[in-house]
Design a protein around this ligand. Structure first.
Ligand SMILES: *[C@@H]1O[C@H](CO)[C@@H](O)[C@H](O)[C@H]1NC(C)=O
Length: 162
């Protein structure tokens, strides 16, 4: 009985050590990450700043919003409604970086923004952000659409037109 018990113990020990065979993979992982980072840097150097959304200047919002677009029939005005569920601007680690002062959309052409931004709370904790961007001319609409195209391409965002 003792031998059998020892045998099992050995198997358990062997499988416990088995993960050590993956060490070469772990060693190569940082190399891969560096290559990837270099590739991303090279791409953004070619195409200008990465399109992004911020609520606090200097802090990229990584949550991908739902975006609803409505446009007047004559094209003279439009409204984009953003809904961010659980945005990282609410993270404890980033909360110290500043107050939410608006929704800032930036890309290679510059920045467009709105201050119509509301947070909604659940059990006293911030849960989501809703923001409305109003466009009052075809030029503003086109500019916004160029941002959304770039932002969507960079983040895999789908638009639902209403
Ligand atoms: C934010 O709240 C104000 C005041 O209740 C409201 O007028 C505005 O429409 C809200 N905006 C959004 C984007 O929800």
């Amino acid at each position: 009985m003792k031998v059998i018990a020892l045998f099992f113990a050995t198997i358990a020990a062997a499988s416990a050590f088995a993960p050590s065979t993956t060490i070469p993979f772990r060693e190569s992982a940082p190399l891969f990450a560096q290559e990837e980072e270099a590739a991303v840097t090279a791409v953004s150097a070619m195409e200008g700043p990465r399109p992004q959304i911020q609520f606090v200047k200097g802090l990229e919002e990584k949550a991908i919003p739902k975006v609803k677009l409505t446009r007047a029939r004559d094209g003279t005005s439009g409204i984009a409604t953003f809904l961010f569920d659980n945005p990282n601007v609410f993270d404890a680690s980033t909360a110290s970086q500043g107050e939410i002062t608006g929704l800032f959309m930036s890309d290679e052409e510059g920045e467009i923004s709105t201050t119509d931004v509301n947070a909604s709370f659940s059990n006293g904790k911030p849960q989501s952000i809703e923001s409305v961007y109003v466009m009052t001319s075809p030029e503003q609409w086109d500019r916004f659409m160029r941002f959304m195209e770039r932002y969507g391409e960079a983040n895999g965002l789908g638009l639902s037109k209403a």
